[in-house]
Design a binder for this molecule. Structure first.
Ligand code: FAD
Length: 500
């Protein structure tokens, strides 16, 4: 016997996660046979941080039909070509983890094998010289992909910095336009059926909202998935020890950088996110090694200007909900876990959960194979991203503070050790199981922080040394000239998407 179809979806929470889910479900299922109600609490509010993204966000915006220029204008957004990491390998070091790629096709194996062989043969130029995103970032340039055959300009990969609060507001307008009903109020009680499925949420103002499927977007507290269903949490703070952040905005940067900066500090790291009207800043730290007061002082001292608002303290535990989907409740956003914002992956994880929910949209019984598949897919994403984040801490040569000594010497997952050893011993990197971060990302961080290799795929030895050097110089020249020809990031924004 088939289970009846879902009639009422209830989204608890109206932060970025709640409104992204609301707009995606309401836009995707048209005509729709189920209602969507979103409950949000003005009294509790949203987390109010989350400004940097990765290129996958373009797919989400496209799927919900956002006009990109309009979206940038409305969110005070800017463009992002990568992340600059300062002081991570050693004090004084810096490298950019670029979006897009390194080099171009030289022969049958990936570009970095040719570069690694050339380096061994004495070729002097760094990998960064082969990434258009790096060259453009260094000159504060930006353009969207330009339709020129065989040009690196046709392959530019980018993401955005934006004000996540304004983004949620914009998405709310769209979702309400697609028929989502919004209810204001704080959930203070939840009732369940005999099988444990959630039946109703009760609000402080007396309203009762019943549903067949509940999406928990209530942030860290996990009002439904944890406080009601006691699903459990895998704490990963032994791998990712930072557990708090102090944040504050400061004046806008001129010229406007098209990249995020992450600067390693004594007990964590500080972000700098350039928006059109201001700069987002935050010191992500571990409170075992520094007090919140000292972290705040350090962050403020490191600003380019005065803070524009009273610094805010946010506490968190890195890890993930044991099951993102439990019974008829699906956790999306911070209620499903948090891996810290080092590679700007949280908003992406929201998108990924929504995409999987659409693929696996259930009937009322939320049958086990469907739920298991969703949970397995989300678990794999969390684990893969976790390993990549842990890499940044593990591959440090810093020993100048207790925090960095811990990170350098900590035990890390075998999956990560295997990746590091494979690169060191054989010069190879693989993107397994469709993981989010591919060869370019792993290469950028490993090389950028001093995990180098002498190995490469010996197929590249087919090419004579001078021929290889000539080819690399040719590619390097094309990339350098392409960057020079790009407009200034600020000029590009002024032309297409300046906020009012
Ligand atoms: P929240 O914003 O906390 O929203 C929760 C919602 O639930 C609110 O509407 C609240 O009112 C409602 N709610 C809660 N309890 C109840 C209740 N009982 N009844 C009714 N409603 C309720 N992500 C990125 O992608 N890039 C970044 O650069 C980035 N930086 C970050 C930096 C820090 C320090 C932190 C902590 C997070 C960062 N994130 C970042 C993550 C990002 O902020 C979140 O993923 C995103 O904002 C989604 O949050 P949310 O909607 O899950 O939760």
């Amino acid at each position: 016997m088939t289970s009846p179809a879902i009639e009422n979806v209830v989204i608890a929470g109206g932060g970025t996660a709640g409104w992204m889910t609301a707009v995606a479900l309401s836009k995707t299922f048209q005509p729709r046979k189920f209602s969507i109600t979103l409950v949000e609490s003005d009294q509790i509010g949203t987390i109010g941080v989350g400004e940097a993204t990765i290129p996958e966000v373009l797919k989400f915006n496209k799927a919900i039909g956002l006009n990109e220029d309009e979206f940038i204008k409305r969110t005070n957004g800017s463009f992002k070509l990568g992340i600059e990491f300062c002081n991570w390998g050693k004090q004084g070091d810096s490298y950019i983890h670029p979006f897009g790629k390194y080099g171009t096709t030289v022969g049958p194996v990936p570009f970095y094998h040719y570069w690694n062989r050339a380096r061994k043969d004495g070729y002097p130029h760094s990998l960064s010289e082969f990434a258009l995103s790096v060259k453009a970032s260094q000159q504060n340039k930006f353009t969207r992909p330009v339709d020129i055959k065989n040009s690196p300009l046709s392959e530019i990969a980018y993401a955005f910095h934006f004000d996540a609060g304004l983004y949620a507001k914009y998405l709310r307008e769209l979702a309400e336009g697609y028929g989502v009903t919004r209810t204001e109020g704080t959930i203070n009680n939840v009732t369940q059926n005999d099988n444990g499925f959630i039946k109703e949420v009760h609000l402080e103002n007396g309203k009762v909202i019943s549903g067949d499927l509940f999406i928990d977007c209530t942030g860290f507290r996990g009002r439904l998935i944890e406080q009601t269903l006691n699903t459990g949490y895998d704490n990963w703070s032994h791998y990712l020890p930072c557990n708090a952040a102090v944040t504050t905005p400061s004046e806008k940067l001129t010229p406007l950088p098209p990249y995020t900066r992450a600067t390693a500090l004594d007990a964590g790291w500080q972000w700098r996110i350039p928006l059109q009207h201001r700069t987002g800043n935050g010191y992500v730290f571990c409170d075992k090694y520094i007090t919140p007061e000292a972290a705040q002082d350090t962050m403020v001292k490191n600003l380019n200007s005065q803070p524009l608002a009273e610094p805010k303290l946010i506490r968190f535990n890195t890890g993930r909900r044991r099951k993102c989907w439990n019974k008829n409740c699906i956790a999306i956003g911070l209620s499903s876990g948090f891996l810290e914002p080092l590679e700007s992956t949280s908003i992406h994880l929201i998108h990924e959960a929504i995409a999987n929910l659409i693929l696996l949209f259930p009937d009322k019984d939320c049958n086990k194979p469907t739920v298991d598949k969703f949970n397995a897919r989300l678990e794999a994403s969390y684990v893969n991203i976790r390993d990549f984040l842990v890499l940044h801490y593990k591959v440090t040569q810093r020993e100048d503070s207790e925090f960095w000594r811990y990170c350098k010497n900590m035990d890390v997952p075998d999956t990560l050790i295997n990746k590091m050893e494979l690169y060191k011993e054989s010069g190879r990197i693989f993107r397994d199981n469709n993981e989010l971060f591919g060869e370019v990302s792993w290469l950028a961080v490993m090389e950028g922080q001093g995990l180098n290799t002498n190995a490469y795929n010996t197929m590249v030895d087919c090419m004579a040394k001078q021929q290889l050097f000539d080819q690399l110089e040719n590619i390097r020249g094309v990339i350098s000239r392409s960057a020079e020809n790009m407009p200034e990031h600020q000029a590009f924004i002024n032309r297409y998407c300046q906020s009012p």
